[in-house]
Ligand binder design. Structure first.
Ligand code: PLP
Length: 389
């Protein structure tokens, strides 16, 4: 029972079938002139249109990359290096994925100044904080659309409007939102947007960066000039075809899937909060992704919870997949004000279209059982006064 779709999602059968020919039979290099190369190029260009359609962009505004991390790096460093003579200030949020957070930290070590906007208990940045942070040295605002741990959705269109008014470039990491909620680059007022195939039933190692027409980025990778010189390297044709197909399917099914998954999510949240004492939902109750649930249980270690749920056939996670090997508490959970001990007692379940109502019943029952077992063994729980239990 897979409930970790924010870490990655299974490749859709249709996506896999679309990709298959491009490994063995149609293996041509898309940059060659003979027919096999031209066929590969044609497949890539039709995938570019499929990606563009999902996010309301033009095909020529899509750059294929190796995934969300690379898209974030190309956008953020690309603006920073291009505009370094104009200014050195970047604004981001305190809850970004490491692909943005670490890129900003790297730039800080190289002469740039970064403001990390707080997100408060609800996990959302405040427009007034953003306005206060802008200076005449600000060259870039990069704020994620939806958070990978707690699923909160940021007011991207409003932020984009302010960025436009002030003439500041605006990038959003939409890796978790694309394919799950409507994403339209025009409505969101963004200049750059990152997405990744493996979060939307596509293959790993392929993604895209939307770069609005007229936005100039300094390349951070150098080579043969592919993808407008921003992402040189022989194209991953099969991956690109898979990304395109995944976007086409997401576009077709988005509203049905979002409704279906939201119902499952609400059933799971209610089932657990109603039946497990001292259980709480992290993040905003409504402004969150349809598939995201992030619980906190007092007196419990998230890792033990995940391992016990695994033994009951449920794949879930404590925080983001990228931070699951770290011992420190998640920076997202501490940014919403959780104490270290509470951040360690958190569990993320991210649902997908193949989950069923029976899965949810099984998950609720399993969480009840596992929390009970772990608390019986927890010195923290046993020592807590009865009134707090
Ligand atoms: N940004 C966000 C919000 C993510 O959740 C992830 C992956 O978890 C990434 C970026 C990185 O994407 P990729 O794994 O394609 O490099």
């Amino acid at each position: 029972m897979y409930m970790d779709h924010s870490a990655t999602s299974p490749v859709d059968r249709e996506v896999f079938e679309a990709m298959k020919p491009y490994f063995v039979d149609k293996f041509g290099n898309a940059s060659t002139l003979y027919s096999m190369g031209r066929d590969a190029r044609k497949a890539m260009e039709s995938a570019r249109t499929q990606v563009a359609l999902l996010i309301g962009a033009k095909a020529e505004e899509i750059i294929f990359t190796s995934g969300g991390t690379e898209s974030d790096n190309i956008a953020i460093k690309g603006v920073a290096y291009r505009l370094k003579d104009k200014g050195n200030h970047i604004i981001t949020s305190a809850i970004e994925h490491p692909a943005v957070e670490e890129t900003c930290k790297y730039l800080e070590k190289n002469g740039f100044e970064v403001t990390y906007l707080p997100v408060y208990e609800e996990g959302i940045v405040r427009i007034s904080d953003l306005e206060d942070a802008i200076t005449d040295r600000t060259i870039l605002i990069t704020i994620m659309h939806a958070n990978n741990e707690i699923g909160t959705i940021q007011p991207i269109a409003e932020i984009g409007e302010i960025a436009r008014e002030k003439g500041i470039y605006f990038h959003t990491d939409a890796v978790q939102s694309v394919g799950k909620i409507p994403v339209n680059v025009e409505d969101l007022n963004v200049d750059m947007l990152s997405l990744s195939a493996h979060k939307v039933y596509g293959p790993k190692g392929i993604g895209a960066l939307y770069v609005k027409k007229g936005v100039r980025l300094e390349p951070i990778i150098h080579g043969g000039g592919h993808e407008k010189g921003l992402r040189p390297g022989t194209e991953n044709v099969a991956g690109v075809v898979g990304l395109g197909k995944a976007c086409e399917i997401a576009e077709k099914n988005l509203s049905y899937d979002a409704k279906y998954i939201t119902n499952l999510r609400n059933k799971l949240i209610k089932g657990v909060l109603d039946s497990v004492e001292q259980s709480y939902l992290n993040g905003h109750p409504i402004k969150r992704l349809p598939n995201n649930i992030n619980f906190r249980f007092s007196s419990i270690e998230g890792e033990s919870l995940v391992l016990h749920l695994d033994s009951k056939g449920i794949a879930a996670s404590t925080g983001s997949a990228c931070s699951s090997k770290k011992l420190e508490p998640s920076h997202v959970l501490t940014a919403i004000g959780l104490k270290e001990v509470d951040a360690h007692g958190s569990l993320r379940l991210t649902l997908g279209k193949e989950n069923t109502a029976e899965d949810i019943d099984h998950a609720i029952k399993s969480i009840q059982e596992v929390v009970k077992t772990l608390r019986e063994l927890s010195p923290l729980w046993c020592a807590a006064p009865d009134a707090e239990k």
